[in-house]
Structures are given as structure tokens and as C-alpha cells.
Design a protein. Structure first.
Lengths: 109, 113
């Protein structure tokens, strides 16, 4: 079945440093979704990418969808303490979402 | 946030006892999902429902059963809880179409002693 792999599992950064998490699927995706989960909270939808090579920005967050629609990345510029949490990518499969394992980001002030 | 509630929010139980978790939505979404979240494993799908009385298994369904008698309610039952079922359980809702996102409930923390 479809698998979605995400790296790294953990990332510790100093406030102000950049951060990137990578997502790879074993199959071509119709779209890729990104979610953020704050510590003690629940996953919250951030964005969806649909087109090959698509790039979307949300303030300091930049999301990319690969040309082959099998990989994606989330880049945060100049991290802030409010960015802490776990970031998940997810790809759809038959009415379900297959989630990556997530990247847990910690930010040291 | 979407109108999703889970109950109870926290539960401590003993091995061998039955446990039922409830998910309630006010959004009239067709699809409902139960996930468990454990360190290093992300979100793993237990069961999902694509309509009243229509359910299917996810990747970690052993030891769990579900029921959906109304659009708004999706129940997850652990027939005989084991320590390996200690986890955080999330309910989610969605329209089930490829381009649709999922909305998550606040979660239930379950500890099986």
C-alpha cells in the first residue's frame, strides 16, 4: 500500500534559524496536505498542494510539491517559539489520508 | 475549529475492561475516522466510516471495533483493553473526497494499567 515517509523525526533549532521537513510518498499523489499539531493539541490543517511543482507561501512558511508529485517540503524561515509543534504531511488514498510520521520541531529562545 | 467533540477527554482503566470512546460532530460530514497517536508512529488509522452503518478497517484495527448508528456519532470500542492500547485517540471528520481535508477533534488520552 501507499506509504508516506517524513524526515527528520526531530529537529531542534535556535530561534531565528530556518527549518525544513521533507515528505516522500511511495506513489504519485493527487495532492499533499500539511498539518500542524501544537504540544498537547490536535492536528490542524495548514495547506493543500495540488499541482506539480506548486509552491505556496503562508508568511514565513513555504510549501513545495515536487514535479513528480511524490515529494513535498515545508520550509520555515526564521523560526519563532510559536512554530513549535509537530508537522505532518498526508496524502489521500481512497477517502482516507495516509500520514507521515511527523517532524517534531523545538525552538530554543 | 470544526464542531467535533470527543468524550471522555481522559480515561484511566484496567487491563481487560471494555472501553468506549465517543466522537460527535455537528458538521454533517459523511466520513468519520478514528486514529491513534503514539510517539514515533505519527497518526495511524484504526477504523473509519463512510456513512451510517458503513465502516471499514484501517491499518491498526485489531482489538478495536466501531459503530455508527447516526451521522453525527462514531463510537470506538476496545472490547478488552490492553496496555498496548494506551495512547491518544483522535477522531476526525471529512467529506472523503480526494481534495478534502480532515478536521480533528481534541483527542482522548487513554491509560490502560
Amino acid at each position: 500500500g501507499q506509504q508516506v515517509m517524513q524526515i527528520p523525526q526531530y529537529q531542534h533549532v535556535q530561534e531565528g534559524e530556518d527549518f525544513t521537513t521533507y515528505c516522500n510518498s511511495s506513489t504519485t499523489l493527487s495532492n499533499i496536505q500539511w498539518y500542524k499539531q501544537r504540544p498537547g493539541g490536535h492536528p490542524v490543517f495548514l495547506i493543500q498542494l495540488v499541482k506539480s511543482g506548486e509552491v505556496k507561501k503562508q508568511k514565513r512558511l513555504t510549501f513545495q510539491f515536487g514535479e513528480a508529485k511524490k515529494n513535498s517540503s515545508l520550509h520555515i524561515t526564521a523560526t519563532q517559539t510559536t512554530d513549535v509543534g509537530t508537522y505532518f504531511c498526508a496524502g489521500p488514498q481512497g477517502g482516507k489520508l495516509i500520514f507521515g510520521q511527523g517532524t517534531e520541531l523545538s525552538v530554543k529562545p | 475549529d470544526a464542531g467535533i467533540t470527543q468524550s471522555p477527554r481522559h480515561k484511566v482503566t484496567e487491563t481487560g475492561t471494555p472501553v468506549t470512546l465517543r466522537c460527535h460532530q455537528t458538521e454533517n460530514h459523511r466520513y468519520m475516522y478514528w486514529y491513534r497517536q503514539d510517539p514515533g508512529h505519527g497518526l495511524r488509522l484504526i477504523h473509519y466510516s463512510y456513512g451510517v452503518k458503513d465502516t471499514d478497517k484501517g491499518e491498526v484495527s485489531d482489538g478495536y471495533s466501531v459503530s455508527r448508528s447516526k451521522t453525527e456519532d462514531f463510537l470506538l470500542t476496545l472490547e478488552s483493553a490492553t496496555s498496548s492500547q494506551t495512547s491518544v485517540y483522535f477522531c476526525a471528520i471529512g467529506q472523503g473526497r480526494e481534495v478534502e481535508t480532515q478536521y480533528f477533534g481534541p483527542g482522548t488520552r487513554l491509560l490502560v494499567l
